[in-house]
Design a protein around this ligand. Sequence first.
Ligand SMILES: *[C@@H]1O[C@H](CO)[C@@H](O)[C@H](O)[C@H]1NC(C)=O
Ligand SMILES: *[C@@H]1O[C@H](CO)[C@@H](O)[C@H](O)[C@H]1NC(C)=O
Ligand SMILES: *[C@@H]1O[C@H](CO)[C@@H](O)[C@H](O)[C@H]1NC(C)=O
Length: 389
Amino acid sequence: MSRLLTLASLLFLSSSAAVASSSCIAFDSSWNLLAFGFGGKDYNAGTMDSWSSGTPTDITTNGRPPFDGKNATCYLSQFFNAVYVLNGDSANPNNVYIYDAGAKSWSTQATTPGSFDFSNFNAILDHDTNVFYALSKGELFFLSFDGITTSAKSDAIAWTDVQKAPYPDGYQPVMALAQNHIHFLNVPDTPAGSADIFVIHFSFFQPDPQSYGNFPATHGQTTSIFLSEAQQVQQEFAFIPDDGSATFIINVENNNTRSLAGPSTKDAGATYFASDSAIVQFSSSGALSYIPYKTGGDTSGSWSPIQKLASLAGSSSSSSGSGSGTSTAKSGSQTSGSGSGSSSGSVSGSGSNSTSDNNGAMGVAERSVSVVFGMGGALVLGTIAIMLC
Ligand SMILES: *[C@@H]1O[C@H](CO)[C@@H](O)[C@H](O)[C@H]1NC(C)=O
Ligand SMILES: *[C@@H]1O[C@H](CO)[C@@H](O)[C@H](O)[C@H]1NC(C)=O
Ligand SMILES: *[C@@H]1O[C@H](CO)[C@@H](O)[C@H](O)[C@H]1NC(C)=O
């Protein structure tokens, strides 16, 4: 066993020198789960009812960002069935990539950042106006995609500095969108269960926090829960504290908070993306899992791995590994006896904090796509383990 672990460490060390990609997930407006930048490809995993098995559709096509940077983030423009990607291209950091999910095509929108810092921000895309708002180094900016919708304009558009946020220096933004209001959680001196609010339509920071019930004042991740009916504005958002202890659902209509189970993988580096009926966790080791949830609905759901994307693992075993080799090594050693070439189950099992030492990372997490690569390492390890026995 110790020899196996040593080999695992060696493999990890050698593979961690490989370039770790950055990727992101999003839903389209029909609630297909899209996974971008997985081993150099993009996939459509279909709707929630199909996630327990099968293989996703390869949607990789021309014009896509290389997903070679850090901290790529994706946003759904629900009205236009478009996904916008920030930080998808390290060589061209000012570009915002637009995926027209209906036409299955990409275009590239140039932006002029001014003092906006792409390496340090947290952002939301406003539902009704199609305008990004981002907090970067204490300053609130907007970038308007009104009029851009599904394809880029030829002219660059500017990030506009709105004003300094009335929050203490060093505030690590936890931002969530609902009812066209930006909710800032964990602002210093704001009590637990309350959010500070920026009212987008009036470009106005509310002076007093709003109470929403019961959730901790701590850093975490958020995602808005979409509504299908008439493509209404979101009324709820999910808040997952860094410790993963619960999934809080904050309803900004009735000012209440309910809670769902915390994700099985506790990972401060995970990010989340919700449809109208599921909240998906994308862990820092690249594993995907989900919990069913609809606005105002049943809170008794539990988290399950998205097997349909885990199964990508088997197909890319020739690729080199990435930073999350350690977690793979753990599962590799467990599965080495099976000799199975298939990948199912092993990715999600992760006690995988491998890359999550970057706790405290701000809203946007770097994510290596070892879902794809990791299994190759696991298979190699399995082979080594068998050879040692
Ligand atoms: C990625 O995000 C981390 C955490 O917020 C930050 O420290 C780092 O500078 C970012 N890197 C880039 C290249 O944007
Ligand atoms: C929620 O709080 C706001 C602000 O205090 C208030 O205007 C609104 O009526 C409250 N909603 C409900 C359903 O109590
Ligand atoms: C995961 O991270 C948590 C918090 O940092 C730590 O307590 C736990 O031991 C880690 N688990 C593994 C499997 O490394």
